[in-house]
Design a protein around this ligand. Structure first.
Ligand code: SF4
Length: 59
């Protein structure tokens, strides 16, 4: 993780805050609903799961 706490998200294809990553990851694990995170509007659950599952930030 970089010093300014931004991480390169392979789903959104841009740098995002660690907190947003955490929220999206929670959606991928079905801990929170997709509708709760507006940044991932337009992505399917499958796309989110696939991206976060293979993402180095989730290791
Ligand atoms: S875990 Fe998911 S939300 Fe976080 S950076 Fe990776 S792809 Fe993006």
């Amino acid at each position: 993780m970089s010093e300014n706490n931004l991480i390169k998200c392979k789903l959104l294809k841009k740098e995002i805050a660690a907190g947003l990553c955490q929220d999206i990851f929670s959606v991928s694990c079905k801990l929170i609903k997709r509708e709760a995170v507006k940044e991932i509007d337009g992505y399917t659950q499958e796309q989110i799961e696939k991206a976060c599952e293979s993402c180095p930030y989730t290791d």
